[in-house]
Ligand binder design. Structure first.
Ligand SMILES: CC(C)(COP(=O)(O)OP(=O)(O)OC[C@H]1O[C@@H](n2cnc3c(N)ncnc32)[C@H](O)[C@@H]1OP(=O)(O)O)[C@@H](O)C(=O)NCCC(=O)NCCS
Length: 154
């Protein structure tokens, strides 16, 4: 059974069997920064992680969100990755995945890192309550800065 559905798409917990499809999605939407298959597998076995895939009616993966909840104390949770395949963007899927990932967290705050020039993602995050907390100089491939953003969950 799917965990949830949104429009014609269903949400499932991602497993090792999905790594090929997730890697293809990563390479499509994060050219230069895509997680490797090993990194994707690690995300699935590390403690306190949540890995969710959104699929269409033909079972094709169209979106993915991965989270890591707070490991101790007041430490923040992290959105590790969030992405929607290009052909499926601007239908609300990114907002749905982000909301789903956040709602499963027990931490009081959640953080993520985004390319400083990634306007679509920054617009989404700001619209749901994330604020900028720090800039990480030349964090990404090609030398672009990263922005760390944070949202309170309580
Ligand atoms: C960022 C991303 C996940 C958004 O997914 P999406 O399914 O297209 O987003 P949604 O349709 O849910 O849009 C939610 C909001 O995001 C903002 N947004 C999304 N795409 C936008 C764009 N191209 N330009 C400006 N704002 C945009 C809007 O505020 C939008 O709300 P609206 O449609 O009511 O105006 C998607 O663009 C993506 O996968 N990009 C490539 C990977 C990436 O950058 N991931 C984030 C890494 S930190």
């Amino acid at each position: 059974m799917p965990l949830a559905s949104y429009k014609n798409y269903t949400l499932w917990r991602a497993s090792f069997a999905d790594i090929g499809a997730l890697r293809r999605l990563e390479r499509e939407i994060f050219p230069g920064d895509a997680y490797t298959s090993i990194e994707l597998a690690l995300q699935m076995i590390l403690p306190k992680t949540g890995n969710y895939k959104l699929v269409d009616s033909t079972n094709q993966v169209v979106g993915f969100v991965s989270t890591m909840d707070s490991l101790w104390g007041n430490h923040p949770a992290w959105i590790m990755t969030l992405g929607v395949s290009r052909a499926y963007q601007r239908q609300g899927l990114g907002r749905f995945l982000l909301d789903w990932g956040e709602r499963r967290l027990q931490a009081k705050r959640v953080r993520l890192t985004v390319r400083a020039g990634n306007l679509p993602a920054i617009t989404l995050y700001e619209s749901t309550g994330y604020v900028h907390v720090r800039r990480v100089y030349r964090y990404y491939s090609g030398g672009e800065d990263g922005l760390i953003m944070e949202k309170r969950l309580d």
